[in-house]
Design a protein around this ligand. Structure first.
Ligand code: IMP
Ligand code: MG
Length: 206
C-alpha cells in the first residue's frame, strides 16, 4: 500500500494524501497535500482516444506537409503522445502563450512567450491544444497564424467545454467533450501543479 511516494499518487488517482518533494513554488504545499483529485478520464481512455485521433490525422494528412503546433504549456503531454500516434512525416513547432485572464478564466488577450522557430508559409498547420474553454485563446492564435500564410490550418484539442464557449471556434479533431469543471492532469495545471498526473481529474477540496 501507499508509503507516500509519488508512484502511489500516480497509481491510485490521487486518493491518498502524499508528502510531495517537488518544488511547488506556485501552489500551497498544504493544498497540494490535501486536494483530492477525482479521476474523470483514465490514462487508458486518453491513450485509446489519442490513438484514434492519430489514425484520423494520418489519413487526412497523407499527402500534405504537416506541422503540428504545440500550444505551451498545457498541451506538451498531449502533443508528445499525438505526434507518436501519427505515421506521416511531420514537423513539431512550439508556441508559448500566456493569457491575461483573471484567475481561471481567459480574457482572450494572449501574449506570445515563445514563437515558432520556422516559417509556416505553405505548410499544413495543425494547432494542438489541451483544452478549448471559452475559445478565445484558440481564436486569437488562428488569427495570428493565418497572417503567416499557411496552406491550411486546423485545430486539434484533447478537451472541449462547450458550456463556456464565448466565441465559435472550428474544432477539426476532438478528444472529449467535458462538463464545466476545472480539470487537471495530462499537461493541464492549476497554478502550475498537477501537470504530471497521467490521467485527467477534477480537484475536490478536502
Ligand atoms: P480559453 O481561451 O478560455 O479557451 O482557455 C484556454 C486555456 O485556458 C487552456 O489552454 C488552458 O491553459 C486554460 N484552461 C481552461 N480550462 C482549463 C481547465 O479546466 N483546467 C486547466 N486549464 C484550463
Ligand atoms: Mg493551455
Amino acid at each position: 500500500m501507499g508509503n507516500g511516494r509519488p508512484d502511489d499518487f500516480h497509481r491510485d488517482g490521487g486518493r491518498r494524501r502524499l508528502p510531495c518533494r517537488g518544488a511547488l513554488g506556485y501552489i500551497g504545499r498544504e493544498d497540494f497535500l490535501t486536494d483530492r483529485i477525482v479521476p474523470l478520464l483514465s490514462a487508458q481512455q486518453i491513450a485509446d482516444r489519442v490513438r484514434d485521433l492519430g489514425a484520423a490525422i494520418t489519413r487526412d494528412y497523407r499527402n500534405l506537409s504537416l506541422v503540428m503546433v504545440c500550444v505551451l504549456e498545457g498541451s506538451f503531454v498531449f502533443t508528445a503522445d499525438l505526434a507518436r500516434a501519427v505515421s506521416v512525416p511531420l514537423r513539431v513547432e512550439f508556441l508559448g502563450v500566456r493569457s491575461y485572464g483573471q484567475g481561471t478564466s481567459s480574457s482572450g488577450v494572449v501574449q506570445i512567450t515563445h514563437d515558432l522557430q520556422n516559417p509556416i508559409e505553405g505548410e499544413d498547420v495543425l494547432l494542438v491544444e489541451d483544452i478549448v474553454d471559452t475559445g478565445l485563446t484558440i481564436a486569437h492564435l488562428l488569427e495570428l497564424l493565418r497572417t503567416r500564410l499557411p496552406r491550411s490550418i486546423k485545430v486539434c484539442t484533447l478537451l472541449h467545454k462547450p458550456a463556456r464557449s464565448a466565441t465559435p471556434v472550428p474544432i477539426d479533431y476532438l478528444g472529449f467533450t467535458i462538463d464545466d469543471r476545472f480539470v487537471v492532469g495530462y499537461g493541464l495545471d492549476r497554478a502550475e501543479a498537477y501537470r504530471n498526473l497521467p490521467y485527467i481529474g477534477v480537484i475536490e477540496a478536502a
